[in-house]
Design a protein around this ligand. Structure first.
Ligand code: FES
Length: 145
């Protein structure tokens, strides 16, 4: 059990008591912001697998969404909403395989394998979209057009 899986009665008691230590106790267990996962969309052909070499990333429209796609290995692809969690600019994908995703507005940086915010004013991770490969295509679950 992680430290954040508290006994609810203890959390409720601490929060209700108004003790200054309650905030310290609960805050100390924070493991970072929760990452949203897009759901309820349709699996959509984003691009051909051979159009995105291993290690490369791309930002493009898929269905009705702006999406960042990262090909981590032959069969592993990651996809995230390109909408920055700071103030909503569209995050880009660099040609350089070592670069993280970078927002052009205030330079927040996001890890390509997790979507976590690793620098800049953004604190929340990019929203994750389910992604897979099938029959030579990268498929991403997005809003239909
Ligand atoms: S909108 Fe992306 S860093 Fe501010």
């Amino acid at each position: 059990m992680s430290c954040c899986q508290h006994n609810p009665s203890r959390r409720t008691f601490l929060a209700a008591s108004g003790l200054a230590t309650a905030a310290v106790t609960l805050g100390a267990c924070s493991s970072g912001p929760e990452q949203e996962t897009f759901s309820g969309g349709v699996r959509t052909q984003a691009l051909k697998l051979d159009e995105l070499p291993v290690g490369k990333a791309i930002q493009q429209a898929v269905g009705g969404d702006q999406i960042l796609i990262y090909r981590e290995s032959d069969e592993t692809v990651r996809a995230y909403s390109a909408v920055c969690t700071h103030q909503g600019c569209i995050v880009g994908a660099s040609e350089d395989t070592t670069d993280p995703f970078i927002c052009p507005c205030h330079s927040s940086k996001f890890d390509k394998t997790t979507g976590e915010a690793i620098a800049g004013p953004a604190q929340l991770p990019l929203t994750k979209h389910n992604a897979s490969t099938e029959d030579g295509w990268i498929l991403v679950e997005v809003e239909p057009k």
